[in-house]
Write a protein of this length. Structure first.
Length: 282
């Protein structure tokens, strides 16, 4: 969407560089580009290389003030790709591993490649059945164990399944963040007890119960994110009323003027397309 494409349809010009500029002005120092499947994982790494090539003699680590990072892995709702892949599940996993190993030598100091979204999402079973999600969640622990990289974890309405699998495999990965967390205080505490971080964004702040849960997250376990271009703080969210406390100067940084994508104008944000600059709101 930061390239002007929405659900496969081109809507406006590419404004990716302006998205980065707005993020820097708002104080964002690091960006993680998430790869939701094999194809997107490669695209994420390629995007960083593209910026590297446009930065003279700078390496990927140096380019953009070491701003860009990426994830590698398969989102739970897309885990059926393991079975649909021409070479089969093992080859799919090997190709994910190859993306990591072929880029790790350049970026390993900063652990640029994370194991991404190798988790479960029972809210969208129409995209991928529960048993398929569980099967390939388990498989992707192999990737984390072999690369020694942190896990970027996704969990939606999975009951005890997510916690049970994480606990059983906790020895296989170094660190992890359960991002876009929307669970209860009890669920959060159990994950913190496993030495995991909790990531929150606009989707984590829809209800008063959500806000109470966030207050209970230990500060040294809390991570703030946007999940852009998704998960903006909307007027219907319980958290929205707190935006009235944001100063005009900060508002100009976190939410510059916007227009609908149908009336796109270069230099303006796109309405309802969350951007990294909104991290300050969270």
């Amino acid at each position: 969407m930061f390239r002007g494409v929405y659900r496969g349809k081109h809507a406006h010009e590419d404004d990716w560089k302006l998205v980065l500029d707005r993020a820097r002005k708002a104080g964002v120092e690091k960006l993680i580009i998430t790869g939701g499947n094999l194809e997107e994982s490669q695209e994420a790494v390629n995007l960083i290389k593209e910026h590297n090539e446009g930065s003279g003699e700078l390496t990927v680590i140096d380019c953009l003030d070491n701003m860009l990072f990426s994830t590698v892995g398969c989102h739970p709702t897309r885990c059926k790709e393991f079975e649909d892949h021409l070479g089969g599940p093992a080859d799919y996993l090997d190709k994910l591993l190859k993306i990591v190993t072929e880029n790790k030598s350049t970026v390993s100091t900063f652990a640029l490649v994370f194991i991404h979204d190798s988790t479960e999402d029972y809210d969208r079973l129409h995209f991928c059945p529960k048993e398929t999600q569980k099967k390939y969640f388990e498989l992707q622990f192999d990737l984390a164990e072999r690369t020694k990289l942190p896990m970027f974890l996704h969990n939606r309405n999975t009951g005890e399944d997510f916690y049970t699998m994480i606990k059983a495999n906790r020895h296989r990965f170094s660190q992890g963040v359960v991002h876009s967390f929307t669970g209860s205080i009890e669920e959060m505490r159990k994950l913190v007890d496993l030495d995991l971080y909790i990531g929150v964004n606009g989707c984590s702040m829809k209800t008063e119960e959500n806000l109470q849960m966030i207050k209970e997250i230990p500060k040294d376990r809390l991570m703030i994110e946007t999940d852009a271009p998704w998960c903006e703080i909307r007027p219907t969210h319980a958290s929205h009323k707190h935006l009235s406390k944001v100063s005009k100067e900060e508002m100009d940084l976190y939410a510059p003027l916007s227009k609908k994508k149908e009336k796109f104008e270069m230099g303006y944000m796109v309405k309802s397309r969350c951007e990294p600059c909104a991290t300050g709101f969270v």
